[in-house]
Design a protein around this ligand. Structure first.
Ligand SMILES: NC(=O)c1ccc[n+]([C@@H]2O[C@H](COP(=O)([O-])OP(=O)(O)OC[C@H]3O[C@@H](n4cnc5c(N)ncnc54)[C@H](OP(=O)(O)O)[C@@H]3O)[C@@H](O)[C@H]2O)c1
Length: 252
């Protein structure tokens, strides 16, 4: 049994709690949160602590808190020589206190508290400061997911940037589409088959091969009409920049 202490109660931590506590090979010893209320009904209350000084002994400490406080949280772990990992896509493990053995346990997925996730299909990107710690982290990850990768810091950062483009930015683009639909009294659901086909297409074609639309066709007349119709200057600017980026990608 791998003993795990989880620190955090946000989007990632909530999903990890669910998967860790339901796994027979893992003993989720304790969860740290600043407010017990945030973990109501998620885990047995005897396993929750709000004090770093009360943290229990474990094999692995997972820090799943906001990026800017990972360093501070790592300083508050009252143990040395333990394996401590964070879940960030970009932060270096070296920001954490060197009194412990450090690593990264990055789940490459978009997590929101109120949306279920199938953890077995979440890619886990692992990195450890010491080679000998990799094995135990890999066993932990393989208990949660079928997709486990050894990824170094530079690769992870580039994956995170890619994830921002293909998930966070794409989702924002959905928001723009949603707003335009609402403004013109058309249901956003009409766009659903297009959204699904766009995502499905790139399973068999490269994104460049799959590209359609006025930008790749160099349809200046349509592009101008679209820019004229867009009232929001930020969206207009975004439309122009994305059009240029598509046209540039075509030339490369
Ligand atoms: N969400 C994603 O899709 C996703 C995906 C992969 C990786 N990650 C990474 O996972 C980590 C957590 O992200 P998240 O989305 O779960 O964040 P989140 O939902 O915003 O939760 C942040 C957590 O940090 C805690 N926290 C904030 N300041 C703190 C402090 N000073 N001391 C102790 N705890 C503090 C919060 O506690 P309170 O609840 O008490 O405020 C909360 O539990 C980040 O490194 C992020 O980059 C996120």
């Amino acid at each position: 049994m791998i003993k795990v202490v989880l620190i955090g109660s946000g989007n990632v931590a909530s999903h990890l709690i669910q998967s860790l506590k339901n796994n027979n090979s893992i003993d989720l010893v304790q969860v740290y949160t600043r407010s017990k209320k945030s973990l109501e009904n998620k885990i047995d209350t005897t396993k929750i602590t709000t004090e770093f000084s009360s943290l229990k002994e474990a094999d692995i400490y997972i820090i799943a808190v906001s990026d800017k406080v990972i360093e501070d949280v790592s300083n508050q772990i009252p143990f040395s020589n333990k394996l401590v990992v964070h879940t960030s896509g970009t932060m270096d493990y070296k920001i954490m206190n060197p009194k412990n053995k450090r690593g990264v346990f990055y789940p490459l997925q978009t997590f929101s508290k109120n949306k279920e996730i199938h953890m077995q299909s979440v890619p886990f990107c692992l990195e450890t400061e010491n080679e000998e710690d990799y094995n135990v982290l890999e066993i932990l990850a393989k208990n949660l997911s079928k997709l486990v990768y050894k990824i170094d810091g530079k690769q992870r950062k580039s994956l995170h940037i890619s994830a921002v483009f293909v998930s966070n930015f794409v989702n924002h683009i959905y928001h723009i589409g949603h707003e335009l639909c609402k403004k013109n009294n058309v249901p956003f659901a009409i766009l659903q088959p297009l959204i699904e086909e766009t995502a499905n297409k790139i399973k068999t074609l490269t994104p460049l091969q799959a590209q359609t639309g006025p930008a790749i066709r160099n349809d200046e007349n349509i592009i101008e009409q679209h820019l004229e119709a867009l009232q929001n200057t930020t969206y207009k600017d975004l439309y122009q920049k994305l059009t240029l980026s598509i046209q540039h990608a075509k030339k490369l």
